[in-house]
Design a protein. Structure first.
Length: 97
């Protein structure tokens, strides 16, 4: 996928629905610069006041693993059992964890 064409660079858009929650990817758009990308993202993805914060990220800035990397990236580490959630007690009243 080319990161630019006659419409300008591609920007990935992330919306935070409520304070304290993670931003979620909602799509992408074309814009000449970051200010235009932010305004276009607001117009396209928050018309019904769906969010509290918008992130726009240039497509070219995103780094991704590949399917060939799945073993190295996603295979569990048996020597680091302390990373599994079974060793932790969830505090009562904890939210968004």
């Amino acid at each position: 996928m080319s990161n630019t064409d006659s419409q300008g660079p591609i920007w990935e858009v992330f919306i935070q629905s409520k304070p304290g929650l993670a931003h979620k990817h909602v799509g992408n758009l074309h814009a000449a610069d970051k200010e235009m990308a932010l305004q276009n993202a607001r117009d396209l993805y928050t018309r019904r006041q769906e969010g509290t914060c918008i992130w726009v990220v240039p497509f070219e800035a995103i780094v991704s693993s590949t399917p060939e990397d799945d073993e190295a990236f996603f295979e569990p580490s048996n020597d680091k059992a302390y990373r599994t959630p079974i060793h932790y007690v969830m505090p009562e009243g904890a939210k968004h964890i």
